[in-house]
Ligand binder design. Sequence first.
Ligand code: DQA
Length: 162
Amino acid sequence: MAKKSVSAKSPAAQAKGVKPVYVLNGPNLNLLGLREPEIYGRTSLADIEKLVTAHAKARGITALCLQSNHEGELVTWIQEARSMASGVIINAAAYSHTSVAIHDALAMLDIPAVEVHISNVYKREEFRHYSFVSSVVKGVICGLGVQGYTLALDAILADISK
Ligand code: DQA
């Protein structure tokens, strides 16, 4: 089942009419904290979402955090982001390495998108070294743990406030 959580809209973001940043997480990331903690650490997805939401709020913007194990649902949210979001943070997880559909959806965005991986995929199995996401986003943050999400948010804010 898809999970949706929205931070309260800060007065600053409301005043400026800034749309939320979509924070999209793909398959198996709902089990962060329990899943291979030696690779992904012990922080749960709920805690990551709290962290990003607070980080966004402190900067006068909102974060809309969504997670799905289903490729099509992620595609639908990326499509929705075209009109509803000011930027997209995406950890497409295993779909990063397989999904032409997610690549194509991201290619249609004209807002900044940043790809995040908690682990350093280049230190891992070879099948993780190619990402269908990387060529259609502004930048990639990988191997910096959950901090990657807040760094991605700062990169998007820097880009939209240019
Ligand atoms: C991941 C890396 C992917 O290779 C893997 O399939 C994931 C998580 C990461 O955040 O490090 O599920 O995207």
